[in-house]
Design a binder for this molecule. Structure first.
Ligand SMILES: Nc1ncnc2c1ncn2[C@@H]1O[C@H](COP(=O)(O)OP(=O)(O)OP(=O)(O)O)[C@@H](O)[C@H]1O
Ligand SMILES: [Mg+2]
Length: 251
């Protein structure tokens, strides 16, 4: 179980110190799939980075199975079984796909590596011996990073927008893989996503906005509520402000 207790995160940018997460309380149970969703800039990636130790809280506590891990580094948390697949994965230059998967799993097993690549929609024959370099497309890189996280059989695995940049066919395969993971592993799965198909896999949907957890609900309730929301046309709102409510919308 992973718990975030009154976690505050601040960051410094050109405007000075900004509150990125002004107080998060969240409990993630074992053997569950959580899908974190919400508006762009709402704080999803920041919560994931805080779990992983990339962002350090200025206040609050993080507990893994009751043990305080707030002061633990990224490497220490990785050893404890927390993993994070980046929204935009870094390139591990000069290393072969098979070596990355061997390091991630902690042992070399070609059959397992083939299965992992298949799970993310990549053909093992074409990829295992390839060196990861700038010739990889964004989607290929993303899928290899996801495969390397799957290899680790983590306690808490966080996937940040796994669908981003991935074609429809591979997305289908990936959705099946996430659904199947529930049966294969005992860990907690946190998927940050905007996709309905992924949302439907969740035991619980966590809605994040304005740096806060605004709701924790079921996918059915969440999707039913979403249908009721009619997005306000910003263009029209601008027109009303400028007393041009009846003007033709040119967007
Ligand atoms: N290191 C940082 N420095 C300054 N501001 C930051 C930093 N990290 C996050 N923020 C701000 O915190 C807010 C939340 O960002 P975050 O990346 O967590 O959003 P998100 O929910 O993942 O959005 P998206 O759906 O677009 O990926 C944004 O306004 C962002 O600019
Ligand atoms: Mg994000």
């Amino acid at each position: 179980m992973l718990e975030l207790i009154d976690v505050h995160v601040t960051a410094t940018d050109e405007k000075g110190t900004v509150a990125v997460l002004p107080g998060i309380n969240l409990t993630l149970e074992d053997n569950r799939i959580y899908v974190m969703t919400g508006p762009n800039g709402g704080g999803k990636t920041s919560i994931a980075k805080t779990m992983m130790g990339i962002y350090r809280p200025s206040q609050g506590k993080i507990l893994l199975d009751g043990t305080d891990i707030t002061a633990k580094t990224i490497t220490e948390r990785a050893r404890l079984g927390i993993g994070y697949a980046f929204q935009q994965p870094p390139r591990f230059k000069g290393i072969k796909v098979k070596d990355l998967l061997t390091i991630a799993a902690g042992y070399e097993d070609k059959n397992f590596q083939c299965e992992l690549l298949y799970d993310v929609g990549l053909c093992a024959q074409d990829y295992l011996e390839r060196e990861i370099n700038s010739s990889f497309s964004g989607g290929e890189l993303k899928r290899i990073e996801i495969a390397s996280l799957l290899a680790r059989k983590l306690k808490v695995a966080v996937f940040d927008e796994p669908e981003a940049g991935i074609d429809l066919w591979s997305f289908q395969k990936l959705t099946e893989t996430f659904a199947g993971l529930h049966e294969k592993y005992n860990g907690t799965l946190v998927i940050i996503s905007h996709q309905e198909r992924i949302l439907r896999l969740a035991d619980r949907v966590i809605l994040v906005s304005g740096g806060r957890i605004s709701e924790i609900t079921t996918p059915e309730k969440f999707l039913a509520e979403m249908e009721k929301i009619v997005p306000d046309c910003l263009c029209r709102a601008d027109c009303i402000k400028g007393e041009m409510a009846n003007a033709e919308c040119d967007r």
